[in-house]
Design a protein around this ligand. Structure first.
Ligand SMILES: Nc1ncnc2c1ncn2[C@@H]1O[C@H](COP(=O)(O)OP(=O)(O)OP(=O)(O)O)[C@@H](O)[C@H]1O
Ligand SMILES: [Mg+2]
Length: 310
């Protein structure tokens, strides 16, 4: 659905996005993470054909970006919730959606149906005739999300969709994203909410001008640390620990009270070996569990290793 190759955008002296090579599959929810100024919005704006690229290439929903003859067709395939929602404040919620749907050449019956469905879903149908300028920021955000969807796009770019929302509305938007996914749509989501990414994304990429990593959450977690197994013993005596170290060879073992933290590469294979080694060395096993880092740990470690933004 999205394929980029060395995609780069320079603003004067600043390289905002540097050689981004990325593949987003059809039907997946892809989370794009990274600190302020990392280039997430710039990436989305290039992919949505709102700004030009400096170099590299990308195809989006089958169209090459930067090819002016394909630009209109590309726009009709995609929906965008921009960072600054940019609605017509003097126009009603209904008229905002209608205007945008018409721009995308939607027939009026489908358009009316879509507007009603979306505004009802966003709990704004009763307020449809009020000027958007009188809405709260969360309500505006909801209208902008509806606008991004009014022409039934196959690919949706959401630039921090829950940034202005109260917890209940944020949950509604997340559930809605999952519903769109069940409907086979592809979603590219910029977010600072790591828990949101953990809950709804199939894969995530971490950007800091350059793409630092990309993968499923499990891949990211494993790639950074390997995973660790926690073994709680009835009593972790010196002699048991020494015997374990001898049996488990090169694996790193940290001892904390009666708990041992053992680095493992392949838990499925190694955990039974660990259990056997504990018993063989005379230890009594109280508990054996797998510990994997949170996305937040992965994120912070990667971002810090990378140093300050260029
Ligand atoms: N129109 C522009 N002119 C000049 N510089 C720009 C422009 N747009 C973005 N930049 C610069 O490009 C870099 C990336 O900005 P961008 O908005 O893409 O980051 P972001 O990852 O979306 O950050 P945030 O999380 O704060 O939204 C920043 O250094 C920003 O100042
Ligand atoms: Mg941004």
């Amino acid at each position: 659905m999205i394929d980029t190759d060395g995609l780069t955008r320079v603003f004067g002296e600043i390289t905002a996005v540097d050689e981004l090579t990325l593949h987003v599959k059809e039907g997946e929810v892809f989370g794009f993470l990274g600190p302020n100024g990392a280039g997430k919005t710039t990436t989305v704006r290039m992919l949505a054909s709102l700004i030009s690229k400096s170099s590299g290439s990308a195809t989006v929903a089958g169209y090459e970006i930067g090819d002016s003859s394909a630009e209109l067709k590309l726009r009709r395939q995609i929906g965008l919730l921009p960072e600054n929602v940019g609605l017509y404040e003097g126009m009603s919620a209904y008229r905002n959606l209608e205007y945008y749907g018409r721009l995308n050449r939607l027939d009026s019956t489908t358009l009316r149906k879509n507007i009603e469905r979306l505004l009802r879903m966003m709990d704004l149908w009763e307020k449809r005739d009020l000027p958007v300028g009188t809405f709260s920021k969360g309500m505006k955000q909801k209208v902008a999300i509806a606008r991004a969807l009014v022409h039934d796009p196959v690919l949706l770019f959401l630039d921090e969709p829950t940034a202005n929302l109260d917890p209940e509305a944020a949950k509604m938007v997340r559930d809605f994203i999952l519903e769109l996914k069940r409907d086979q749509r592809t979603i590219f989501l910029n977010t600072h909410h790591l828990d949101e990414a953990e809950r709804i994304c199939d894969r995530v990429g971490i950007l800091k001008t350059r793409l630092l990593t990309v993968g499923t959450l499990e891949e990211l977690k494993a790639q950074l640390w390997g995973t660790r197994t926690v073994v709680r013993l009835e009593h972790a005596s010196e002699s048991i620990v020494t015997a374990l170290r001898a049996r488990l060879g090169a694996r790193k073992i940290e001892v904390s009270g009666n708990r041992l933290l053992i680095e493992v590469a392949d838990p499925e294979r190694e955990n039974p070996e660990i259990a056997e080694a504990v018993l063989a060395s005379g230890g009594r096993l109280r508990e054996l569990t797998q510990l994997s880092p949170s996305l937040e740990e992965v994120y912070l470690r990667l971002i810090r290793e990378e140093g300050p933004a260029a």
